[in-house]
Design a binder for this molecule. Structure first.
Ligand SMILES: *Cc1c(COP(=O)(O)O)cnc(C)c1O
Length: 407
């Protein structure tokens, strides 16, 4: 398969007002019209190139949206104030009261809480299922089902969704496949693999500097327009609009995404390979031992690797906490949620980003107490990082001199 997403992003040229190499930032919430007729037409949504009010759209947001559409190869894309702003808008746009959603059971904690708790008030029900069980997914579709929702690579367990197969099922039943591709930009081109709507939290790899929250929806022009419809667009009416200054700074960071993803993947594969050799329970889709390894390989654009996330199970929550504190003291990274930063970030998902998921359900999906999720940074000397991490683990009795894993 031919993927040219990174080239397409590089090719997008936007010049500033005075010939600047970056586009001018639209520093306005509202826009003047030369004629009253044009204002009416813009309200009706049929005047190309006219801006009305920045909650609807702004030049800076449109630039970033175009770059996101180029990234995923979709017709269009909208950008939002957060990943959750994008996710909640899509769900509310697609669902009516009484509808049903089929979702992967291993998803971001906020998405899980939104689907499980929040939309209950609209009597929208979600079945949280094992996304790798295609038979079960198809069997669970009812006439009320409005979408199949999953993450291409899931948070935090790094389960890999078979997007072409899920897309086939979705098409057969005439419902959209909605994919959150936050963990695997460039590595997995979700829309090209059959997703109808691709969501990103730009907060993570795409922005990559952990200085803001933002999100995007990449989809058909029709769907993107429907989200910002002044009469019934979920995004327009809930108002999770991204600020233009932020859109401009995220666009600049997006320009280097391809280089960063390669380095994140290279470093993570190195550490995962080493720690697995050392006998630690290591989960990384780049390892042959990972249940989704073949599925990832079949879908990936190989030059970008298997991504920057891995998990290690160090046996217990106490050990996980002690290790994370020690690694932070050694300046190996930060004990923090989120991902995609230049610095390694680590957290215990059971007590942080997935704490919305009840304990019993965490166990069922394989989320154990001693699990640490790592977003591996852009370390220049990853071997040195490995040696320092290993020394921490030896000190805490998680690893014994070079060999056995003591649980
Ligand atoms: C962080 C994250 C989100 C939510 O994004 P925000 O920008 O924090 O609102 C959604 N999905 C995944 C997979 C995430 O990692």
């Amino acid at each position: 398969m031919e993927h040219k997403s990174a080239d397409k992003i590089q090719d997008l040229q936007y010049f500033g007002e005075f010939g600047g190499v970056n586009p001018s930032i639209s520093d306005s919430s509202t826009y003047t019209f030369l004629s009253a007729k044009t204002m009416f037409d813009t309200f009706e949504g049929n005047t190309e190139g006219c801006y009305l009010y920045s909650r609807h759209s702004s030049p800076s947001n449109l630039y970033l949206g175009e770059a996101m559409a180029a990234l995923e190869g979709t017709e269009s894309a909208n950008v939002y104030a957060s990943g959750m702003g994008a996710i909640s808008s899509v769900v509310m746009q697609l669902c009516d009261t009484g509808d049903h959603i089929i979702s992967s059971r291993t998803i971001y904690g906020g998405t899980y809480a939104f689907m499980k708790n929040f939309i209950k008030k609209f009597n929208i029900k979600t079945s949280f299922l094992d996304i790798t069980n295609l038979e079960l997914i198809e069997k669970s579709i009812t006439p009320k089902t409005k979408m199949i929702y999953c993450e291409a690579v899931s948070n935090p367990l790094l389960e890999v969704a078979d997007l072409p197969s899920l897309s086939k099922i979705a098409k057969k039943h005439n419902i959209p496949l909605v994919v959150d591709n936050t963990f695997s930009p460039l590595s997995i081109s979700a829309a090209k693999l059959g997703a109808d709507i691709v969501i990103h939290s730009l907060t993570k790899f795409i922005n990559g500097t952990s200085d803001c929250v933002a999100g995007a929806v990449c989809a058909s022009s029709d769907f993107c327009l429907s989200l910002k419809d002044v009469n019934d667009g979920a995004a327009m009416l809930f108002g999770s609009t991204l600020d233009s200054l932020r859109a401009a700074s995220i666009l600049k960071n997006l320009r280097t995404l391809h280089i960063r993803i390669k380095k994140h993947s290279e470093n993570t594969l190195y550490l995962a390979t080493q720690f697995e050799k050392n006998g630690l329970k290591t989960v990384y889709p780049g390892l042959k031992s990972h249940s989704g390894h073949e599925c990832f390989k079949k879908q990936m654009t190989s030059e970008y690797g298997f991504g920057g996330l891995m998990t290690l199970d160090v046996g217990s929550l106490d050990k996980a906490n002690a290790l994370m504190e020690m690694m932070q003291k050694e300046n190996l990274g930060y004990l923090a949620v989120s991902l995609g930063f230049y610095k390694t970030l680590f957290s215990a998902p059971g007590t942080s980003t997935s704490s919305e998921i009840p304990e019993g359900e965490q166990k069922e999906m394989g989320l154990s107490d001693g699990l640490i999720r790592f977003s591996i940074g852009l370390d220049n000397d990853i071997h040195k990082t490995y040696l320092t991490m290993k020394r921490c683990m030896e000190k805490l009795g998680i690893l014994k001199n070079d060999a056995v894993f003591v649980s």
